[in-house]
Design a protein. Structure first.
Length: 271
């Protein structure tokens, strides 16, 4: 009981400290698990290293094969061994990466659901009468799932992009610093694109989430009212009402998908 109280108070504190700053709230949720996340990041770098090592090794092997008089045969074997080791270690480091990533994420997911249920138990009866049960279920299921998905996406999408940019800049600077200047010029353009589309993506995503909540509430209400609906022969009215809600979700979802696709394509083109 005391542990739940502390967890609930910590959740409230995280919201107050990071009000208006979603990233700050997300980071605070993982307080006490940062050491595991750091270990996960280290193992991620190791498991992702073949992506950066293999192109360099391949280039070295091509140079050695093209100019055998200039290079020693031992250099060929050294590059082959480096490539083999970098690929083979991927299995172990991938498992360790997921181990130290999954535990904190699943723990936060569990605590959030537990805290939401705890909050529902202490709210007034009038509040529960005014708010549809479907919306509450949506918050416990979908909203927490969204946080879990966001955490995974940051670790599996954002981190690779950051590390790839850093490695690309380092390698390019070491080979040809003039070419690296092009990367430095392009990066602000990519950031500008993200900022340009960011508000639109956030708005469409919020609208879609609200539609999902409303749909969940309407479906839950429809299921509860089935006996009354059948008794008064209002089946078609309910079907049309829910179909209209489904159509709204389809439109909002399509708009969200197109906006996200435009953002991804524009970023890719400029990169």
């Amino acid at each position: 009981m005391e542990g739940n109280n502390r967890s609930f108070q910590a959740l409230l504190k995280s919201y107050k400290l990071g009000k208006g700053k979603p990233l700050k709230i997300l980071l605070y949720m993982y307080k006490g698990n940062w050491s595991k996340l750091i270990l996960s990041t280290i193992f991620f770098i190791l498991k992702h290293s073949p992506t950066w090592i293999l192109p360099i090794v391949t280039a070295n092997i091509i140079n050695i094969a093209s100019y055998p008089k200039k290079y020693n045969v031992n250099e060929l074997w050294i590059n082959v061994i480096i490539a083999a080791v970098s690929v083979a270690q991927n299995i172990i480091t991938e498992m360790l990466h997921i181990k130290y990533l999954s535990k904190p994420i699943r723990e936060v997911e569990e605590k959030l659901r537990s805290n939401l249920v705890r909050k529902l138990q202490i709210l007034s009866i009038s509040y529960h009468k005014e708010l549809k049960s479907g919306k509450l279920q949506s918050k416990i299921l979908r909203d927490v799932e969204a946080i879990q998905t966001l955490s995974l996406q940051i670790c599996t999408t954002v981190f690779p992009v950051i590390f790839n940019i850093i490695v690309a800049l380092v390698v390019t600077f070491s080979k040809n610093w003039r070419m690296a200047i092009i990367f430095i010029i392009v990066m602000p353009i990519s950031v500008a694109i993200m900022l340009l589309f960011g508000k639109n993506v956030k708005r469409t995503n919020t609208e879609f989430r609200k539609e999902i909540e409303n749909m969940s509430a309407d479906v839950a209400e429809m299921v509860d009212m089935v006996p009354i609906t059948r008794a008064h022969a209002l089946e078609e009215v309910e079907i049309k009402k829910i179909d209209k809600r489904f159509a709204n979700i389809r439109r909002k979802g399509y708009h969200l998908d197109m906006t996200t696709a435009l953002l991804g394509a524009s970023g890719w083109v400029f990169f």
